[in-house]
Design a protein around this ligand. Structure first.
Ligand code: AHR
Length: 504
């Protein structure tokens, strides 16, 4: 079967915000202790961070890193994690039933981010704490000097402010599992007051308010509506969280869940825009998909229900997913879907980065390695920057596949963008059909080749047609093998260099 995809340089979805390719490091399992931080590891620097892990994180080109949770943040006292390490109190960590030694806190994380090439994206605790403590953390991090919190930071060895730009107002506040869970009204009011005080402290910051914990929640939709009704003037983004797994042991159906994310994104956009309309505001709230991944989640959903003997220890293995090829395909499909909503989805955080539901795994004292999901993320993060184009897709019945009880889904998931320099058209494509190869024909117009050397594309009013056929299964497999994933599959993490060459 053949699918025809038509794009024109003037029909644009939006510019990709590089923060779409962010990550997430939570104090959970071995993500921090035994993950990014392990002073006893041969590759560790003097501040205890593993050098081999940092190298792999850099390969993912994540410009943003969310921290410190997640569920963890809803019981966290940020003051416990700053200042002289020997004076920091060990605590019972209630969200994951662990011991928290507070060896890594805000300052260490900000330093780690600088080395990872990421901007920190900090969450404040609006579960067991409130607006005052949230404001104090902004003052500690961002106020230059001369006040209680800013002077505390300076005494802790950080003369210049951290200038943390992006903050998130708590975590999954509608989840029954969340410490200090709230109704939409309770959360909306505390989030609004925290937002007011945080922005009064530093008007340059941007804020993400909590959307519902997921589309599966009863509160989904109504939650976003009510929370935004309280917070619209003070916040910039609403969060979405989306985790999926192959619960039916049916790969085709699992890959079909990429379309559920598309629906969730559209539903949230509709809801937040309805609040703007209702409040007669021209403000557009953008979306932060600040937790997403494939997560099998055993034990689930009462995550953290570990062996009783291991509870209350530091860095016990939790959420250590082992990913297969199908998970890499799924992750590629999610990234394509995010690109296709680049106009409204501005922030994304792969949850998480190391050991816990992560593309990177480590062995204590041993190696760090890339899981299958590392590859589609690294490739899309590298090449998925620029201007996303609208696509017209023509596919026949042969280009659909059965997907559980749902009507047949299109086999192709596809996005196309012009690179930031305007030199390349890049196509990302996933064939979800497990048996049929798919011929992909891309017909692209609206660019000229100004010097006639095929070296540069430029938008133009007179169109120059180009097409590329034959991005098919074997080609995709080959591309994937070159990236080191190994055994074959149907994912085509293809970028459009190839097409640009054929045109050139
Ligand atoms: O990422 C793991 C957990 O999933 C996070 O702590 C929480 O926010 C979500 O339920």
């Amino acid at each position: 079967p053949r699918v025809r995809v038509v794009a024109h340089a003037d029909f644009v979805v939006g510019e990709v915000d590089p923060r779409l390719f962010g990550g997430f490091v939570e104090h959970v399992g071995r993500a921090v202790y035994g993950g990014i931080y392990d002073p006893s590891h041969p590759s560790a620097s003097s501040d205890g961070f593993r050098g081999d892990v940092l190298e792999l994180v850099r390969e993912l080109e994540m410009p943003l890193m969310r921290y410190p949770g997640g569920n963890f943040v809803s019981g966290y006292n940020w003051e416990d994690g700053v200042g002289p390490v020997e004076a920091r109190p060990p605590r019972l960590e209630l969200a994951w039933k662990a011991a928290e030694p507070n060896l890594v806190g805000t300052n260490e994380f900000v330093q780690w981010c600088a080395r990872a090439g990421a901007a920190p994206y900090l969450a404040v605790n609006l579960g067991t704490r409130g607006a005052r403590e949230a404001q104090a953390l902004v003052e500690y991090c961002n106020h230059p000097s001369g006040t209680r919190e800013s002077e505390l930071r300076r005494r802790h060895g950080f003369d210049s402010p951290h200038r943390v730009k992006l903050w998130c107002l708590g975590n999954e506040a509608d989840g029954g599992w969340q410490l200090g869970a709230k109704t939409a009204e309770e959360y909306g009011r505390v989030a609004r007051e925290a937002a007011k005080m945080m922005k009064a402290t530093d008007p340059t910051i941007e804020l993400v308010v909590c959307g519902s914990s997921g589309a599966f929640m009863k509160s989904f939709g109504a939650w976003e509506y009510e929370v935004l009704t309280h917070t619209l003037p003070y916040v910039d983004y609403v969060s979405l969280h989306a985790y999926y797994h192959n619960e039916h042991h049916d790969t085709a159906r699992y890959l079909g869940r990429v379309d559920d994310l598309q629906r969730q994104i559209r539903d949230v956009i509709a809801t937040v825009d309805a609040v703007s309309a209702r409040m007669k505001s021209s403000k557009r709230i953008h979306l932060a998909l600040d937790e997403w991944n494939s997560w099998w989640g055993k034990p689930t959903p009462k995550r953290g229900a570990a062996e009783p003997s291991e509870e209350w220890t530091v860095g016990r293995p939790l959420l250590q997913e082992e990913y297969a090829m199908e998970d890499a395909l799924f992750v590629g499909g999610v990234l394509i879907t995010m690109l296709n909503h680049a106009d409204r989805v501005r922030i994304g955080c792969l949850a998480q980065v190391v050991n816990a539901i992560a593309p990177i795994r480590t062995r204590d004292g041993g190696k760090a390695w890339r899981q299958t999901t590392f590859w589609p993320f690294a490739l899309t993060s590298k090449y998925g920057r620029g201007t996303v184009l609208q696509l017209g897709v023509t596919d026949g019945a042969g280009c659909r596949y059965g997907c559980g009880e749902a009507p047949p889904h299109p086999s192709l998931v596809c996005a196309a963008l012009l690179s930031p320099e305007g030199t390349e058209l890049r196509v990302f494509a996933l064939n979800r059909h497990l048996r049929e190869a798919l011929d992909l024909e891309v017909s692209f117009s609206g660019c000229v080749d100004p010097d006639g050397k095929g070296a540069r594309l430029r938008r133009s009013e007179s169109s120059a047609e180009g097409s590329a056929a034959g991005v098919e299964q074997a080609g995709g497999r080959e591309a994937f093998e070159q990236c080191g994933v190994g055994r074959g599959g149907t994912c085509i993490p293809n970028h459009m260099r190839r097409v640009a060459h054929e045109r050139g």
